[in-house]
Design a protein around this ligand. Structure first.
Ligand SMILES: [Zn+2]
Length: 71
């Protein structure tokens, strides 16, 4: 079951599906783990990989994986 596409102008505070925090997705080759990134920059992120289609979500839910597109 594919999650429904959700668009938002600003980063949603909480996932509308499960209420978990929503994290920014970072693309590219990560030089550190997500945990180390948080320790270094104080921001939770999800690594989205280095394959970018040009239509990629900006944020994702930390629990259920629901993706959010910036519009
Ligand atoms: Zn969720």
């Amino acid at each position: 079951m594919k999650p429904k596409r959700i668009s938002s102008i600003n980063k949603p505070d909480k996932c509308p599906r499960c209420g978990a925090p929503v994290y920014k997705i970072l693309y590219g080759e990560p030089a550190m783990s997500e945990e180390d990134y948080f320790k270094t920059y104080g921001e939770h992120v999800i690594f989205g990989g280095c394959i970018i289609s040009g239509d990629d979500p900006t944020w994702a839910c930390s629990q259920c994986g629901q993706e959010f597109y910036q519009r």
